[in-house]
Design a protein around this ligand. Sequence first.
Ligand code: C5P
Length: 225
Amino acid sequence: MNNLVIAIDGYSSCGKSTTAKAVASFLHYAYLDTGAMYRGVTLYLLENGIAFDDMVRIEAALREDIHISFRRNRRSGRNELCLNDKIREDDIRQMRISNAVSEVSVIPMVRHAMVAQQQRLGRKRGVVMDGRDIGTTVFPDAEVKIFMTADVEVRARRRQEELAAKGEHVPLTDIMENLRKRDHIDSTRAESPLRRAADAVLLDTTHITITEQVDFVLDRVSAAL
Ligand code: C5P
């Protein structure tokens, strides 16, 4: 049983994607950043002036105009998000998208479209997915389920460093507010809210390094094989 699904869910900026990428690379598995997909939809709606409560236009856009995919950057080896075949990786990471994405990801028809695509992309298994509802909704039968959490200030500092490395300098208080707001909306929405699956293992990353996070997940993978 080599082709597992590894679900890494949890709060914003806990190190989910860094851990998931490293685990995928170690196992030679595919990696899917499901948050990037919701960010891509948000970017499209903002750029096209579509209000988040305009269900008619959102439905039409999802059906006909929004095409989300990933392309591997040969130089960095990273998967980059493409919106309608154009790489938009840097744009989706900006604060303006972080500030709006949770309002878009509560919309049931957006979730249905993204979940269906995620299930298609993972159907062959052998994949590490990070997000909010992977272990509960996208792949409830995932063999390994991790639920990540960390102190909000520690998370905000890490996020601040990531943004600064890309030239976006944001006060710590703004980032903390964004993380708290997203966690709240993500955890309280009606459709597939962020919650720990009954069979997910809790991983608190407040005081541990990336290497320790990766080792923790790989230990769970060994136990599942
Ligand atoms: O993982 P990331 O922080 O990039 O996700 C951005 C947002 O996308 C989350 O705050 C959440 O609102 C939404 N999301 C979601 N379900 C997922 C992944 C992300 O609702 N599986």
